[in-house]
Ligand binder design. Structure first.
Ligand code: 13P
Length: 251
């Protein structure tokens, strides 16, 4: 059975000491379910220290928020997938809409990043999602199909099984406008069906598909009760321990 996952994408928030305090608060919460994998995605600068804190906790893992698309070399200021792996992190978020929007991550670059991540045995959390224009024009499913087909469907079945997918409608990110459970389930079901057509039922049934976009302690339960929603990729609400813990308990 596929894994239930709640991942906190801190984006560019929290100093190191604030981040360590947040992790301490999450770890000391008495009521977290060990059935749910909790992934914390802090800034690069915090990866090693936070990985050290959770290393004896099998239901916790660390993710980086991005990586460079080349394995190594003269790329001042960049961080490679291999460096991320050396910190103890196990996941890398790839294709977040903020990176597509502000950092020029094209389909071509995303494919290279995926290859770098898979080459060092890290697991990609691959983000896809339509814009508000696509949703309003009712072309969102075609947009989603193109994103998965163009970036993921060249992968072998063995590599594809390492991927967690995050459906994050761009219009829902940081806006307070959450997709309804009906809208989110519709897209998750569509994604799983596309995976089934390409890789077969065993793999599509085993792929965790997370929802992201203004998911919070109030709406997580309804979203996570949907058949094809296996958890969430949480932005703003992952910055407060009580909210994050409450979301992890929303299955
Ligand atoms: P918010 O939860 O703040 O809307 O952000 C979602 C997101 O982008 C997670 O990657």
């Amino acid at each position: 059975m596929r894994r239930k996952i709640v991942a906190g994408n801190w984006k560019m928030n929290k100093t190191l000491s604030q981040g360590l305090q947040l992790v301490d608060e999450i770890l000391s919460a008495q009521n977290t379910s060990s059935q749910v994998l909790k992934i914390i995605a802090p800034p690069f600068t915090h990866l090693s220290s936070i990985a050290e804190k959770i290393k004896s906790k099998p239901d916790f893992a660390i993710a980086a928020q991005d990586c460079h698309h080349q394995p190594s070399g003269a790329f001042t200021g960049e961080v490679s997938a291999e460096m991320i792996a050396s910190t103890g992190a196990k996941y890398v978020i790839i294709g977040h809409s903020e990176r597509r929007m502000y950092a020029g991550d094209t389909t071509d670059i995303l494919i290279q990043k995926l290859n770098c991540v898979l080459a060092v045995n890290l697991n990609p959390i691959f983000c896809i999602g339509e814009s508000s224009e696509e949703r309003n024009a009712n072309t969102h499913l075609e947009a989603i199909r193109a994103q998965i087909k163009d970036t993921l469907f060249h992968l072998s079945a063995a590599d594809f099984q390492k991927i967690v997918i995050a459906y994050e409608p761009v219009w829902a990110i940081g806006t307070g406008i959450t997709a309804t459970s009906y809208q989110a389930q519709g897209v998750h079901d569509f994604i799983r069906t596309e995976i089934n057509k390409k890789y077969g039922k065993t793999i599509s049934d085993a792929t965790s598909i997370l929802y992201g976009g203004s998911c919070n302690a109030q709406n997580a339960k309804e979203l996570f009760s949907c058949a094809d929603i296996d958890g969430g990729l949480i932005g703003g609400a992952s910055l407060k321990s009580t909210d994050f813990v409450s979301i992890t308990n929303s299955f």
